[in-house]
Design a protein around this ligand. Structure first.
Ligand code: HMG
Ligand code: MG
Length: 313
């Protein structure tokens, strides 16, 4: 016999409900070498929505030469119609050219993405930290004018593969500057998956001290060092309720070689279901979507829950 659902024992140290911010179609796919056809991407997003995921980041309007996998952003949204638009279907937008394309495609929410470190700002955005904030300024202004919801990512919050440790004050400073542009939510990126529990608490405390409270924060843990789920629990106990995850545990950043997949949505849902925390997600439906996607990508999912359930009988 195998267990297809966890035994439910309410964990009163966790919130009653969380919001999963699904990044599989963007963070998950952006790192894939072989181009996934636009209609497969659209079907992936439709199935994620059908599995109960409310917020789904769909694609990126970045320079297509930098991320060829997502060069078909407009086409994917065209295929999705209304299902790909609205305030809970954000897309990445780095600059005004990207904003032109996003407006043309009729998107209702965007995410800008800054870096806590100079090296990654240079590698990922071809800008200094200061220059990248100036690049985002008109993007956020135009988004607000158009009534869009705006998220700001900050990468390398817990360590940088080129610079090593990243001072908490430096992360707080960049976060404040990004939020001051007029963003609704801040996502704390552990791009290379190195964070640990005390560090998560310390950063959340430091942001809170500057007026950036848990209610506007999402956490974005990559699982490179196997810490993503435990760090997520720490953030939830601190008071955060928005968690970024990627179906099947796909993901990584092409401009940070040491980055691997995000926290797998299935691993998160298993943990939440067992603890009696509502996510709205149907784990079996999500699992079939993951297994279907791994067939397209030609390799198994790195998610422990997908492996356990996908092969169990
Ligand atoms: P650049 O090369 O400095 O751009 O790139 P530029 O402004 O000099 O423009 C060069 C040419 O590209 C121009 O064309 C532009 O029009 C065109 P030309 O005049 O030569 O014919 N161009 C564009 N075309 C279409 N859409 C656009 C666009 N922008 C310029 N948006 C840029 C600067 C920021 C654009 C580039 O560095 C870029 O696209 N970077 C994105 C890299 C990326 O997507 N990384 C992955 C996402 S971030 C991530 O994964 C981390 C996260 O998950 C959180 C975490 O884990 O930490 C969010
Ligand atoms: Mg990421």
């Amino acid at each position: 016999m195998s267990m297809r659902t966890p035994q439910v024992e309410k964990d009163s140290t966790l919130p009653a409900e969380i919001t999963i911010y699904e990044v599989g179609a963007r963070d998950g796919l952006q790192n894939e070498k072989a181009v996934v056809p636009a209609d497969v991407k659209a079907q992936f997003i439709r199935q994620l929505a059908a599995a109960g995921l409310g917020t789904i980041e769909t694609t990126s309007f970045v320079n297509p030469q930098w991320v060829p996998q997502l060069a078909d952003a407009a086409e994917v949204l065209e295929l999705l119609g209304d299902e790909g638009r609205g305030p809970r279907r954000p897309v990445l937008v780095p600059n005004e050219r990207g904003m032109d394309r996003a407006l043309e495609a009729g998107v209702g929410a965007i995410a800008i993405f800054g870096s806590a470190t100079e090296t990654f700002a240079r590698k990922n955005l071809n800008r200094t930290v200061d220059e990248s904030i100036e690049m985002f300024r008109p993007v956020v202004a135009r988004a607000r004018e158009a009534g869009m919801w705006v998220r700001a990512y900050v990468s390398m919050c817990f360590g940088d593969p080129w610079e090593g440790p990243v001072p908490v004050e430096q992360v707080v400073d960049v976060s404040q500057r990004l939020m001051d542009l007029g963003c609704d939510q801040l996502s704390l990126g552990d791009t290379i998956g190195v964070a640990t529990s005390g560090h998560v608490n310390r950063l959340l405390d430091a942001l809170g001290d500057k007026g950036i409270g848990d209610e506007v924060i999402g956490v974005h843990f990559h699982d490179t060092y196997g810490q993503a789920l435990s760090n997520t629990l720490v953030a939830l106990r601190h008071g955060v309720t928005v968690v970024d995850s990627s179906t099947g545990g796909l993901g990584g950043c092409p401009y940070a070689k040491s980055a691997t997949g995000n926290l797998a949505t299935e691993d998160l849902v298993w943990a939440m279901e067992g603890a009696g925390v509502r996510t709205g997600v149907d784990l079996e439906k999500l699992l079939s979507t993951s297994l279907w996607m791994t067939q397209h990508l030609g390799r198994p999912s790195p998610s422990a829950v997908v492996r356990a359930l996908g092969t169990a009988s």
